[in-house]
Ligand binder design. Structure first.
Ligand code: MGD
Ligand code: MGD
Ligand code: SF4
Ligand code: MO
Length: 852
């Protein structure tokens, strides 16, 4: 086909207005040609032949991972190679090119998704199974066959279970692959949970790094974590308070910005409560209220005081829907116990939580606290979007519960333009297509996830409350797990949990038990900082190389088909293939994967298709999708269209349906917490007050520890990575770099200039990173994004700038990771920062790829 006919074919496929534009444009170009000199033939192709669209096959798929959203990727491939990636253009559900409406917005990919080819074909891809030959952490591996790897792993699993009991293997599966329905990694619904559960040896990690404090808050307050509105509901709000929320960087749904812009255009006012002035604040011209990290619950208490003091609360809403907001709404059985209002007015403790009281703690002036309280209580509807980062703190649950109290006292729950979040899961997606039965999530011990190193290091001298041991009804209750092995699947947890130096110590303790007495397995598509510590690296096929359906991330109502776009690279297999094969070797293959035969390890095509098709029929039955599986596969995406925005608790407010709590009300006074007498017998371990209260964290800018460590370090999520994923992509690192953000006056005092390298340190660790000096971060606060690939220099310094060398493995009572509860100091250094391993890829390839 000539270029001319290809162009006219393409032009015909476009909408009339676009065609018209093209015709005019080419006419203008032709005029220009006649008028000027004839152009010289262009030779400027980077490489030839560069395939054009009609020489390529177009396949709709989606991005994966725990990245804050779920967008479409369109792969353009030649043979079995993806040549380029594009994204949604509105046409894939049978609509006209460019369709992008309030009801049906496009699912356009971000810069990470668009650079996915670089990850797919990166030098860090694991192509065959590898076995460690050096010390743990040294990074020396040799290539082995699948048979060798799986035989040894199965033998070691049996030995450890028989010798050390049913708690010997620690499940550290996490959300790297949570948002598919078949090839899933997850603490609860994941493939590993069921595999180890059926095997009969599993210690579970129950607390969630993202928002465990928030989860407890949502569950006890509303009885569910599905307390979110869909993003389109934000388009109707009149006041948006972004509390520790920066959707410009840290995605929370696929089209948040699109709808927030609509709100702005309709006159919505924006406020940001955050130690840094973010790009989200800049985009919406928000009123920035800088706040000392982790003091949010105090500021909110001050707001509650002012709202009541001025009678701006919605008493009718409180009386109808809320338990324990004030003495009048306390349950019969708890009369005389402290209600929220009594706490705020200091009726029992003698301390009224006035704006002046709050100002001393949070550093925001009493006037500003009053002003925000008035704005929130007198604007209808108003959205207090209390995001998760401020809850990733020593008593994180109190912040989220305090936010719920404000949302409830102003009657902003269950209405369009309000906000009850919390965890904020919105529309319910049907998430599991593989057998999920009585064996799913079976465990013999379950601990707070970032207490594993503490447990290993102190075993058996560990109290159950120190590790948040979940209670059981049988003779394993209270038994401290004897952890001898770890499976990492869909997680880079060695790099991402708290206090990495303590984790390294724990691995050394496992080493000390001797050869064969412990087992570390990492299943991943690339070499990762965690994998470096493993005994076996198992290469896992990416979501471009296996059949699945993608789920939205908390917000959005759609499914995206994920076909096998290219064949698995190297010898990689899917997680489900690996677990099925291991299950066969351990004697429960047919039970684990009932649709499969032993041949599944060689060809999963028919079995995966059967699981997915059956799941789709379920979805159609329950959710009313009006196309069948075959049509869905052909289109690649199905977006549901609702008559009105999905709003959590609308039915409760409009129709009087009870909330899912024991009382049927929004429980600001938690009946569940109030009835606990022995906290050590609960998974929390330590007391949580029955009403939201300000509890001072163990490290903060108001603590005496600032004498030694004067900076409060927070570690938000990076825009250019999904946690640690994409750290090895040079394209993305050209757009941003790992750096420590600090205030100009602090930098000046320390004699540090923009771009200079510093050590950030405390008594737990040191990391090395360049500095970004700005007025956009409040004095006394330093910001360092999570997820850098740790890179130790042999003297205990991390050269990558990973904040988890400084975090403390001390979760809140509810289990919230205290990632943002960190004091540190900063000094200039001669040590060199190393931004990423790919800079060393030639040097590394001999370590990882040579045959030893
Ligand atoms: N200091 C600090 N630390 C933090 C945070 C913070 O705010 N501050 N945030 C925390 C939070 S909220 C989170 S969620 C965690 C995230 O912690 P992790 O979940 O450990 O982080 P990821 O980097 O997303 O790692 C996921 C891994 O799964 C792999 N993977 C992806 N798909 C598949 C698959 O299909 N199969 C297998 N086997 N592997 C796959 C990826 O390659 C990647 O290595 O980090 C936490 N760490
Ligand atoms: N680009 C990108 N998007 C992501 C992810 C990613 O890795 N990359 N990860 C996803 C995952 S798993 C999660 S859990 C979510 C996390 O989502 P969030 O928890 O909402 O995100 P963070 O980036 O940790 O923090 C958001 C803001 O909180 C501020 N902050 C930190 N501490 C405090 C505090 O004590 N008080 C107040 N008021 N503000 C504070 C930070 O300065 C930052 O601007 O993001 C998801 N989206
Ligand atoms: S937000 Fe997530 S799903 Fe969307 S393109 Fe970026 S990485 Fe992919
Ligand atoms: Mo997370």
């Amino acid at each position: 086909m000539t270029l001319q006919s290809r162009l006219s074919n393409w032009a015909r496929s476009l909408s009339p207005t676009r065609r018209q534009f093209l015709q005019t444009a080419s006419a203008t170009a032709a005029t220009a040609l006649v008028a000027g000199n004839l152009p010289r033939k262009a030779h400027a192709f980077a490489y030839e032949p560069y395939p054009t669209d009609d020489e390529l096959e177009t396949v709709v798929t989606s991005c994966a991972h725990n990245c804050g959203s779920r967008h479409m990727l369109v792969a353009h491939k030649k043979g079995d190679v993806i040549v380029r990636l594009s994204t949604d253009n509105g046409t894939y559900q049978g609509d006209a090119y460019g369709t992008d409406t309030e009801e049906k917005p496009q699912l356009r990919a971000c810069l990470r998704g668009r650079s996915y080819r670089s990850r797919l074909y990166s030098p860090e891809r694991l192509l065959y199974p590898m076995k460690r030959v050096g010390e743990r952490g040294e990074g020396k591996f040799k290539r082995v066959t699948w048979d060798e790897a799986l035989t040894e792993i199965a033998e070691r699993m049996v030995y450890l279970k028989n010798t050390y009991g049913p708690t010997a293997l620690l499940d550290q599966s996490y959300a790297g692959a949570s948002y598919g329905v078949l090839h899933k990694s997850d603490q609860i619904e994941g493939l590993l949970a069921r595999f180890l559960g059926m095997f009969g040896c599993r210690t579970n990690s129950w607390s969630v790094p993202s928002y465990q404090g928030t989860t407890i808050s949502s569950r006890i307050t509303y009885g569910t974590i599905e307390d979110g509105n869909e993003d389109d509901a934000y388009a109707h709000t009149k006041l948006m308070i972004m509390w520790g929320w920066n959707p410009a960087y840290t995605f929370h749904g696929g089209n948040t910005f699109y709808y927030l812009r609509m709100a702005k255009q309709r006159g919505c006012k924006f406020v940001l409560v955050d130690p840094q002035y973010t790009d989200s604040a800049a985009a919406y011209d928000a009123w920035w209220i800088p706040i000392r990290p982790n003091t949010d619950a105090a500021m909110m208490a001050g707001m509650a005081y002012h709202i009541w003091d001025n009678n701006w609360h919605d008493q009718d809403f409180i009386d109808r829907f809320v338990q324990g907001m004030d003495p009048g709404t306390m349950p019969e059985w708890a009369q005389g116990q402290e209600s929220f209002r009594e706490y705020i007015f200091g009726e029992l403790d003698g301390t009224p939580k006035t704006p002046e009281w709050a100002a001393e703690i949070c550093g925001v002036s009493a006037d500003d606290i009053r002003k925000l309280a008035e704005m929130y209580a007198t604007t209808k509807p108003a959205a207090l979007k209390a995001s998760w980062a401020p809850g990733r703190n020593a008593y994180g649950e109190q912040y989220n519960r305090m936010a719920a109290a404000l949302q409830a006292m102003t009657g902003n729950i269950g209405i369009v333009g309000g906000c009850a979040e919390g965890v904020g899961k919105a529309w319910h997606a049907e998430g599991v297509a593989y057998p999920y039965d009585q064996y799913a999530n079976v465990w013999y011990a379950s601990i707070k996830s970032d207490r594993w190193a503490h447990c290993v290091l102190n075993y058996p001298e560990v109290k159950r409350e120190e590790i948040g041991l979940w209670p059981r009804q049988d003779n394993l209750d209270g038994v401290i797990p004897n952890i001898r092995g770890i499976f990492w699947q869909g997680s880079d947890w060695f790099n991402q949990l708290t206090n990495i130096n303590k984790e390294i110590e724990a691995i050394r303790k496992l080493d000390s038990y001797g050869e064969g007495e412990s087992l570390l397995v990492c299943m991943d598509s690339t070499i990762t900082p965690t994998g470096i510590w493993a005994d076996f690296l198992l290469p896992i096929a990416t979501h471009f190389e296996r059949h699945d359906v993608a789920l939205p991330w908390y917000k959005g109502h759609y499914y995206i088909h994920r076909p096998v776009v290219i064949q698995p690279l190297g010898e990689s297999r899917t997680d489900l293939q690996v677990f099925t094969e291991l299950a066969y070797r351990l004697g429960f293959g047919p039970g684990y994967n009932p649709r499969a035969s032993r041949d599944y390890f060689n060809d999963p095509t028919a079995v995966d298709e059967a699981y997915l098709e059956a799941w789709w029929h379920n979805v159609i039955d329950h959710q009313g999708a009006d196309i069948d599986w075959a049509t869905f596969k052909q289109r690649g995406v199905y977006k549901f269209v609702f008559d009105e925005p999905h709003v959590a608790f609308r039915a409760q407010i409009e129709q009087g349906v009870p909330f899912q709590t024991a009382s049927g009300k929004i429980e600001i006074f938690s009946g569940q917490l109030a009835s606990i007498t022995d906290w050590t017998r609960t998974q929390y371990g330590y007391p949580i007050p029955a009403i939201p209260k300000w509890v001072e964290p163990w490290e903060s800018l108001i603590s005496p520890k600032t004498k030694d460590f004067p900076f409060h370090l927070i570690s938000p999520h990076p825009r250019w990575r999904t946690h640690s994923i994409f750290n090895n992509i040079p394209w993305l690192r050209e757009t941003f770099s790992q750096e420590l953000t600090m205030n100009a006056s602090d930098a000046k005092r320390l004699g540090i200039e923009m771009g200079e390298t510093v050590e950030v340190f405390n008594d737990r660790g040191t990391c090395v990173v360049p500095v970004y000096v700005t007025e956009r971060c409040m004095p006394g606060v330093a910001v360092l994004h999570e997820g850098a690939w740790m890179d130790l220099d042999g003297k205990g310094n991390d050269l990558s700038g990973n904040p988890d060398f400084l975090t403390l493995d001390e979760p809140s009572p509810a289990g919230a990771f205290a990632y943002n509860t960190v004091l540190c100091d900063i000094r200039k250094t001669d040590l060199a920062h190393r931004p990423g391993w790919d800079q060393l890829s030639t040097a590394r390839s001999h370590v990882f790829r040579r045959d030893l």
